[in-house]
Write a protein that binds this ligand. Structure first.
Ligand SMILES: C[S@@+](CC[C@H](N)C(=O)[O-])C[C@H]1O[C@@H](n2cnc3c(N)ncnc32)[C@H](O)[C@@H]1O
Length: 248
């Protein structure tokens, strides 16, 4: 294991994630350490064993494996870009295919029944979807009343609609920076729907540092500009918004 990969095992900060081979998590890379983001989110979202959970925008499935193994919940691993067959192979290899099913589709047109899920979790996908005022109400349709919705998404401490984002961010992220909202923006966006209670929105502690570690472990591949952007961010403007609520 390289020293940079070894930096991805942090039992003091992320005890549950530390039980997963970092090479396995890196091999499923579609964005910064998904298990760390999920483990942090779970401080705000309670999932009972046996609950039916939608892992929205699950990518290559690391978070779905974690949910099934760590929380003993039943998971639907749902994604647009990653084929269900590929996802299923990962789930089978991880020994959770009996509790996790892979489904392809578009989160804006969910192929599920009303009130079907006890909870939805989503790691690093809301930036593609969640800024549309129609999105959260559409998602809540498939959550039972009282059920939880929790997500993490790349964020700026100061909202991009409040003041110009740093140049070192826009140079790399371009127009997509407009979707990297501050946690307080997400809280207001969700509260304005009138459809949720108990909104909690915060910037993840040490999120920028976590993200740098992930990029360093990936090495000098296509993510190198992102690593340089994060290293330039000494003011820690960047990180992840961790947002959760319950359906009214
Ligand atoms: C940055 S990746 C993160 C994947 C995974 N959650 C992780 O953290 O490794 C974003 C994911 O969102 C999914 N996604 C984007 N738009 C979507 C949509 N309209 N419906 C469902 N999934 C979508 C993509 O397929 C992709 O896997």
């Amino acid at each position: 294991m390289t020293p940079a990969t070894a930096e991805l095992v942090r039992p003091d900060r992320y005890p549950r994630s530390a039980g997963y081979d970092p090479a396995w998590v890196l091999g499923l890379d579609m964005g910064p350490h998904p298990l760390w983001q999920l483990e942090d989110l779970l401080a705000d979202v309670e999932l009972q064993p046996g609950a039916r959970v939608l892992d929205l925008g699950c990518g290559k499935g690391a978070t779905s494996v974690f949910l099934a193994r760590e929380l003993d919940v039943e998971v639907v691993a749902f994604d647009l870009w990653v084929e269900a067959d590929e996802l299923h192979a990962t789930l089978e290899e991880a020994g959770v295919a009996d509790r996790v099913s892979a489904v392809n589709g578009d989160a804006r047109d969910l192929p599920f029944a009303d009130d079907e899920f006890d909870a939805v979790v989503s790691i690093d996908a809301f930036e593609y979807l969640g800024t549309d005022v129609r999105f959260l109400p559409g998602l809540l349709r498939v959550v039972r009343p009282g059920g939880a919705v929790g997500m993490t998404t790349p964020a700026l401490r100061t909202d991009p609609y409040e003041s110009d984002p740093p140049g070192y961010v826009t140079d790399v992220v371009g127009w997509e920076t407009a979707g990297w909202h501050a946690p307080q923006w997400w809280a207001r966006h969700w509260e304005l729907t009138g459809l949720v209670d108990g909104v909690v929105a915060r910037l993840q502690d040490g999120g920028r540092d976590d993200w740098v570690r992930w990029c360093r472990a990936l090495g000098d591949g296509p993510d190198a500009p992102v690593r340089r952007m994060l290293e330039a961010d000494t003011a820690e403007e960047l990180g992840f918004a961790v947002v959760s609520a319950r359906k009214r």
